[in-house]
Write a protein that binds this ligand. Structure first.
Ligand SMILES: Nc1ncnc2c1ncn2[C@@H]1O[C@H](COP(=O)(O)OP(=O)(O)OP(=O)(O)O)[C@@H](O)[C@H]1O
Ligand SMILES: [Mg+2]
Length: 168
């Protein structure tokens, strides 16, 4: 099942509506609440980043047999140093955006925490694509993997396929 959304970049007042819509759809499909919650949070943060830092973009969500794949793509300014951007507390959000309550530098870490697998592909001046995968199987839920990065920073894409580590 595939869903596609355009995320407008010029309207703060409706930022978050795409992830809210997706959350509703997932609930209707009977996806377990924990998975719905994690998907909604991960998607919300990516959506807000698109609006705040990249002038909007597109969201593509695939619901597969064993996982939800979220691809958030924009043609914004890109991220120069992905490792730095991933640090909790790092933010380049301007004053105006901070006054609206964004810019704590917690979005990307939160996306990583809520997905089983995440890659960021970004090039300065070209744009950013964030791909997140959330496993539908109980054994996969909560398994966190390192973020693979690629792009202008020169870091290699080191993303490994999600490996479930059974808790016993
Ligand atoms: N889609 C994007 N395009 C360009 N830069 C981005 C994008 N997403 C994130 N960044 C950069 O990475 C930084 C960290 O992002 P993160 O979401 O963690 O924090 P934030 O958006 O600044 O604050 P918060 O998410 O807590 O409101 C941003 O400040 C910005 O510099
Ligand atoms: Mg953010």
């Amino acid at each position: 099942m595939h869903f596609h959304y355009d995320v407008p970049g010029d309207d703060f007042s409706c930022a978050g509506s795409t992830s809210a819509e997706m959350k509703k759809k997932l609930k209707q499909l009977g996806i377990p609440f924990d998975i719905v919650k994690r998907t909604a949070v991960a998607m919300y943060e990516a959506e807000i980043n698109m609006v705040v830092h990249a002038g909007g973009g597109e969201a593509d969500i695939d619901i597969l047999d064993d996982e939800i794949v979220i691809v958030m793509k924009d043609h914004g300014k890109g991220i120069a140093d992905i490792e730095q951007a991933m640090q909790e507390g790092f933010s380049t959000a301007p004053q105006l955006v901070q006054e609206l309550g964004f810019g704590a530098g917690m979005g990307l870490p939160n996306m990583k925490r809520n997905s089983d697998f995440m890659t960021i592909d970004s090039k300065v001046g070209v744009g950013t694509t964030v791909t997140m995968r959330i496993k539908l199987s109980a054994s996969g839920a909560g398994v966190k993997n390192d973020v693979g990065v690629s792009g202008a920073s020169g870091a290699a894409d080191v993303a490994a396929p999600g490996v479930a580590q059974g808790g016993g």
